[in-house]
Design a protein around this ligand. Structure first.
Ligand SMILES: [Ca+2]
Length: 465
C-alpha cells in the first residue's frame, strides 16, 4: 500500500513539475508592451549625404517614412570609421579597442589580421538579450572573424544567415579572395539570390516565426558597400565571373540601385511589423557603420570612410517606435553606436554581468522623452575626440598639425581654431592620451595582430577587405 502511495505521489509531483515547465516558457514568451522588440538595421558604408531624409542624392522613401514617424539624429556617430571596429563596438557597447578590434579583419589569410576576431569571452548585446528571454537573429554581414570559432552563433545569436567577410559578391556570394561565403549558422550553404533581398527575406521570416516572443534582430546590410552590383547586374566573382567580364556595370547607377533595394528592405521590415501588429511594440533603429567612400556622399561633412574627419564617422541614424517616439522629431544630441547596446538592454530589462563596464549610455530618455545627455566626450582611434560641440583631430588628411573645430558653427571642419584656443587643445590632447591608456590597459583578452601588420593601412581602408 505504502509503495502504491509513493508511486501516486511521484506521478503527481512529476505532473505538477511538467505543467510548471510547460507554463514557464509561455509566460516568458508573451510579447509584452513593456519589453519592446528591437530591430537594428545597419547599412554598410552609407554616407551622411546619401539618403533623402538627410537631403542626399538617392530617394529612400522608407527611410523618409521612418524619419517622419520617428526621430532623426543629426549628430550620431559610428565608433569606428571602417567596418569591423564599428561592429565590435556595436556588439559590445564598448570602444572596440577594448575588444582588440581597432582595425579591419582582413579577407587575405596571408595577413595576420585575417586570423583575428571578436573573442567569445566578450559580452555581446545578443548574449544579454538572449539571457533576458529574447530570440536573437543576425542577418547579413558579420566581419568579426573568418574562422568558425568567431561565428555569431558563439556570440549569443540563435540564428545567423549571412556572410563573415567584409563583403561578398551580391549575386554569387564569393568574397574578394574568391572564397564562397554564405552561412546558415555554422554551416556554409548554397542559396541563390541577391544578398540584400536574402537578408531582408530571412529577417522578415525570423520576425514572423518569433512574433509571439520578444525578439532582437540585427540586420546588417551589405549595401552600399562594394562590389557595386544592382539586383540585375552579373556576378563579378565566382564561377561565372569570367564570362560576365564583357558586361560593364555603371557604378553610380549600381550604387543607387543598391541603396534603393536596401531601402525597400527597410520597408518590408516595417510592413511585417505592422502586419503582425507589432509595430507599436518594436523599436527600429537604422544607422550606418561608417561614412561613404568617394563614390557616395557625406555632404556637408569633410572626409570619407577611413578618416577621423566627420565624413568618416558621422552617420545618418533614425529611430522609430510608434506611440513612444514622437513623430517627425530631429535630435541634435551627440550619440554613438556604443549607445545602442545599453539602450536596448535598458528597454528590455536585460543587463551585463555585474561589474562589467560599458562605454555607451542609455538613450531611452533621448528617444522617449527628448531628454538631453548633457556635454559628453567621445573618442575615435586615439586621433580625434569630441568635447560637446568641439572636435579635435590629429593627423587628419589634408591638415598640418592639430585641428580644432567648433562643429556647431562649422560642421564641415573648415575653420581650424587650434591657434586661438591653445588651452582647449592641450586639455583635449590630454584627454585623448588618458583614453588611449585606459582602453589599452583594458584590452587584455587579445593582442591585436592588425595593429602591427605591415600591410599598408590605406589599402585596408580602401577595400575594407
Ligand atoms: Ca563599412
Amino acid at each position: 500500500m505504502r509503495k502504491h502511495l509513493r508511486r501516486i505521489v511521484a506521478i503527481v509531483v512529476t505532473a505538477v513539475a511538467t505543467l510548471a515547465l510547460a507554463e514557464a516558457p509561455a509566460a516568458e514568451k508573451s510579447n509584452k508592451a513593456d519589453r519592446p522588440n528591437i530591430v537594428i538595421i545597419m547599412a554598410d558604408d552609407l554616407g551622411y549625404g546619401d539618403t533623402s531624409p538627410y537631403g542626399g542624392w538617392i530617394k529612400t522613401p522608407h527611410l523618409d517614412r521612418m524619419a517622419a514617424e520617428g526621430m532623426r539624429f543629426t549628430d550620431f556617430h559610428a565608433s569606428g570609421n571602417v567596418c569591423s571596429p564599428t561592429r565590435a563596438g556595436l556588439l559590445t557597447g564598448r570602444y572596440q579597442q577594448r575588444a582588440g578590434v581597432p582595425g579591419v579583419i582582413n579577407a587575405d589569410p596571408k595577413v595576420a589580421a585575417h586570423h583575428h576576431g571578436l573573442n567569445v569571452k566578450e559580452v555581446t548585446f545578443a548574449e544579454c538579450m538572449k539571457k533576458a528571454g529574447y530570440r536573437t537573429g543576425l542577418f547579413g554581414k558579420w566581419h568579426l572573424g573568418y574562422t568558425k570559432n568567431f561565428n555569431p552563433m558563439h556570440h549569443g545569436f540563435d540564428r545567423f544567415r549571412g556572410y563573415v567577410s567584409g563583403n561578398v559578391d551580391y549575386i554569387s556570394h564569393y568574397d574578394r579572395m574568391g572564397v564562397y561565403d554564405w552561412w546558415d549558422g555554422l554551416e556554409l550553404i548554397e542559396e541563390p539570390g541577391y544578398v540584400t533581398h536574402l537578408i531582408t527575406k530571412h529577417a522578415v521570416r525570423f520576425i514572423e516565426e518569433h512574433k509571439a516572443e520578444p525578439f532582437c534582430v540585427y540586420i546588417a546590410h551589405e549595401a552600399v558597400h562594394s562590389p557595386y552590383q544592382g539586383p540585375d547586374d552579373p556576378a563579378q566573382r565566382g564561377p561565372d565571373a569570367r564570362k560576365n567580364r564583357s558586361r560593364p556595370i555603371d557604378t553610380k547607377t549600381a550604387y543607387r540601385r543598391m541603396m534603393e533595394e536596401m531601402d525597400r528592405g527597410v520597408g518590408d521590415v516595417l510592413a511585417v511589423l505592422e502586419r503582425l501588429e507589432l509595430a507599436d511594440n518594436t523599436l527600429v533603429f537604422f544607422f550606418s557603420d561608417n561614412g561613404a567612400n568617394p563614390r557616395g556622399s557625406n555632404a556637408p561633412l569633410r572626409g570619407f570612410k577611413g578618416s577621423n574627419w566627420e565624413g568618416g564617422h558621422r552617420e545618418p541614424a533614425i529611430a522609430r517606435w510608434p506611440g513612444r517616439i514622437k513623430p517627425g522629431t530631429v535630435c541634435a544630441e551627440l550619440c554613438i553606436t556604443l549607445d545602442v547596446m545599453p539602450t536596448m538592454l535598458a528597454l528590455a530589462g536585460a543587463s551585463v554581468p555585474e561589474g562589467h563596464k560599458l562605454d555607451g549610455v542609455n538613450l531611452a530618455g533621448v528617444l522617449l522623452d527628448a531628454k538631453s545627455l548633457g556635454t559628453r566626450q567621445l573618442f575615435w582611434n586615439g586621433r580625434a575626440m569630441r568635447d560637446g560641440p568641439w572636435k579635435l583631430i590629429v593627423g587628419g588628411k589634408g591638415q598640418v598639425g592639430v585641428g580644432l573645430y567648433h562643429l556647431g558653427d562649422d560642421i564641415g571642419e573648415k575653420d581650424n581654431l587650434a591657434a586661438k584656443h591653445p588651452d582647449r587643445v592641450a586639455a583635449m590632447l590630454a584627454a585623448i592620451a588618458r583614453w588611449k591608456e585606459d582602453v589599452e590597459t583594458s584590452a587584455t583578452l587579445q593582442r591585436v595582430p592588425s595593429a602591427r601588420s605591415p600591410r599598408p593601412t590605406a589599402r585596408i581602408i580602401a577595400d575594407c577587405p
